[in-house]
Design a protein around this ligand. Structure first.
Ligand code: SF4
Length: 389
């Protein structure tokens, strides 16, 4: 089995009761069958509580006011305290570690929905690299549902995008635009079943003149109204999703009131002032570093999953548009606070955004569907929006 991990994976340390949000607040945790069985068989005095506080039909811990019934007043887990770490269910034991398994490959990441992980990622100046390790062990038989050749092409493309998105000689919006363009062209090869042409496509995109082509093209296309339209559409899409915390819905409404309610001209005026402040206060570099870390996170987590649904372009749209919307929320934060947001404000938005989006499969699917079906997310429109400062 080959293990793949980002180079910051081992730096994570849970801060338990000092955590501003705790992992199990507002999130229904499904208990794996093996752990359910162990809890059922538990004959200790604590076993009674386990029996009563689990919804056996749904296979979940019961919740009270959005909190897991085992989360105590000190924001610590009673199961952990009473019976030890080994007795936790798979989800609780793993979180915020997240595993994606492909035939013979186990990819392990950290979820940004944990505030400590969000803080760790946004505090990094080093580039993200993937570390590979091979261990002798049996692998799950996924051959039937798995196209190994396609997976290797996705891996190659992911390596290319990792380099591109962290190429700091280019502006972040330029890098994001090229990644979208590449994935768009790659999707055509997938659709036409011409996977063997992906190597040539990669070689073409790695040439210097490809970077220049995109820079000039995006400069010609730049359009503030596209930026406004996409931001407004993203806000709408997120408001339609299943909301985990009511405060998140109120926040999205405030973002809409501050940015989109008064129309595109008002929006563009506000953005102009924000960009001017970024430039005068030397904030641009910080801003670009944050957005780079965020987009790389989403690419690492979702891109190779295209091996199962063939939608590589949607995965890149997902990463770039998630980052775009986080940028929009930071613009709203700037307008509300009347100053450029500090790292802690980014962390708070980023981890809550990830919680709302990533902790519900329905939301991930709804976002992918919107990105695929809505015309506002056309390549042309996204490039025009990204090019506009
Ligand atoms: S959200 Fe992260 S830091 Fe907070 S309790 Fe969970 S794992 Fe620990």
């Amino acid at each position: 089995m080959e293990y793949v991990r980002p180079n910051y994976f081992d730096q994570f340390r849970c801060i338990a009761q000092d955590c501003p949000d705790t992992c199990c607040a507002g999130w229904q945790i499904v208990i794996d069958e093996q752990t359910q069985q162990k809890y059922k068989e538990n004959k200790s005095p604590f076993g009674n509580r386990l029996y009563n506080e689990i919804d056996w039909q749904e296979g979940c811990f019961r919740q009270y006011a959005g909190r897991c019934s085992f989360l105590n007043e000190d924001n610590l887990c009673d199961i952990y305290q009473e019976m030890g770490e080994d007795t936790l269910c798979r989800t609780c034991k793993m979180y915020p570690r997240y595993v994606e398994e492909f035939a013979g490959v186990r990819e392990e990441f950290l979820c940004m929905s944990c505030p400590v992980v969000a803080d760790l990622l946004l505090g990094r100046k080093e580039k993200t690299k993937l570390l590979y390790e091979t261990k002798e062990e049996d692998t799950e038989d996924l051959e039937e549902v798995f196209d190994l050749f396609f997976y290797t092409k996705l891996e190659d493309s992911r390596d290319y995008m990792l380099d591109l998105l962290q190429n700091r000689s280019l502006s972040a919006r330029h890098r994001f635009g090229i990644a979208l363009g590449y994935a768009h062209d790659m999707q055509r090869r997938i659709r036409d079943e011409q996977l063997f042409e992906i190597d040539a496509l990669l070689a073409r995109y790695q040439k210097k003149n490809a970077l220049q082509f995109y820079e000039e093209k995006m400069q010609e296309m730049r359009n503030g109204r596209s930026r406004y339209k996409i931001g407004k559409a993203l806000n709408y899409v997120f408001l339609q999703m299943e909301i985990r915390q009511p405060s998140w819905k109120r926040w999205l409404e405030r973002v809409s009131d501050n940015l989109y309610k008064k129309g595109d001209e008002d929006y563009l005026e506000k953005r102009k002032k924000f960009i001017a402040d970024c430039k005068s206060e030397g904030y641009r570099e910080v801003y670009e570093l944050f957005t780079e870390q965020i987009v790389v996170y989403f690419i690492l987590h979702y891109y190779c999953g295209a091996v199962y649904d063939g939608r590589a372009y949607t995965k890149v749209k997902f990463a770039v548009m998630s980052t775009f919307f986080i940028e929009e929320m930071m613009l709203a934060t700037y307008l509300m606070g009347k100053k450029l947001p500090e790292k802690s404000a980014w962390v708070a938005i980023v981890y809550q955004f990830a919680r709302e989006l990533e902790h519900a499969d329905e939301n991930i699917l709804a976002f992918e569907k919107a990105l695929t079906n809505h015309k506002v997310f056309s390549l042309k429109n996204m490039l025009a929006a990204l090019a506009y400062d």
